[in-house]
Design a binder for this molecule. Sequence first.
Ligand code: PHE
Length: 457
Amino acid sequence: MNAPAERRRSLHGEWTSRLGFILALAGSAVGLGNIWRFPYLAGENGGGAFVLVYLVCVFAIGLPIMMSEVLIGRRGRRNPVRTMALLGEEESGTRAWGLVGLLGVFTGFLILSFYSVIGGWTVAYIVEAASGAFVSAGSEQVSQVFSDIVSRPLVAGTWHTVFMILTIGVVVLGVEQGLERAVRVLVPALVALLLVLLGYSMTTGRFLDGLVFLFEPRFEDLTGASVLAALGQAFFSLSVGMGAVMTYGAYLKDEESIPRSTVAVVLSDTSIALLSALVIFPIAFAHGLDPAAGPGLAFQSLPLAFGQMPGGVVVATLFFLLLSFAAWTSAISILEPAVAFVMETWNWTRPKAAIVVGAIIWAFGFATVMSFGPWSDIQFWRGTFFDNIDHLSNNIFLPIGGLVIVIFAGWVMARNSTADELDPQAGWGYRLWRFSARYVAPIAVTAMLLSYGFGLF
Ligand code: PHE
């Protein structure tokens, strides 16, 4: 038996209830990944076949990894680096497992550096929407608004700075208080607005085309790169593979059910991604936009809908406000692991850790700012700086991190330890998790990384 003699206590506070935890985790999962990244990746990778692989990755790989992260986090109750080292020592006599925590902290660095830039775009769009820039606008006008923001480093850089300050601000205050209360209102409101937009996209006359594009599996479009992109997107959207979920798990009360909370989060995250794509594609088709337009897709199609509908200024402003909030609650969860790590390792205060770490990431974010502007011609390996940071962090580092975590939970941790956290009765749900954690997830991720990863194959 490897169970700790007594249960550890959280160092940074606890979620007040199970709902609080679910909302915080949903706040982390639901973000730009669902509304901005998922639709354009599905568009670039041929639609239905990509979505199919994505769904398999989410439920067969992402969910068991999310459960593993939460259970490890709650058992260790420290930042991901120390938690992995601590449990590694308990379960297998070596602290080397802490290295995967370190990879996670580094991956969070990379992800937040571009996430904050895109988050900045959404904040800029609140202002554009409120000032009526999209009223009766055609697709050219909307594209102009988009490129005026993203291709000018001073403009994009300013909004990136604003977004980063907001993120650092909440992390300075500590996550439980503000965060838990905010997501309780924001996530439902975002879903309500998406449903309003769905109503609009049904009136475009191209709804069926959108539906077919999204769900008809055209396997001839499925390349190795798309399979890897689907895997990376599953990790990115569920926030797994870098210790963010582990960090939130460290603040979860002992008596709360991990399987139930994580299933709820995965289902909401997936529904919101599919819903967003169902809103965006019909609008794009109706206005002659290319569904494979890339990172600009959501920013160029949604405003067209807002511009046409009655009360569009209010709806648009509200929508980008909510999208900014969704991005904000995710960004916070990307920064928190690194901050918890620095605080616990060097005994820094929370404000000092959040500001210093945040500032370094902010500075690095200018590589992404520039790659949508003056550096857009600098292309190597996967494309621009942004493309490379995005590919490396989401398609390589998150899967590697998730792989090591799930192997740890499935093979290194004693059955008693994981059952203790997930389901003391070790019922069929537990057995299903363990089967996936030991076989399905490790084999599938390894196979995908080896066959399509690293750009070498
Ligand atoms: N899941 C978030 C989104 O979809 C992004 C994220 C990635 C958050 C990794 C935390 C960790 O927008």
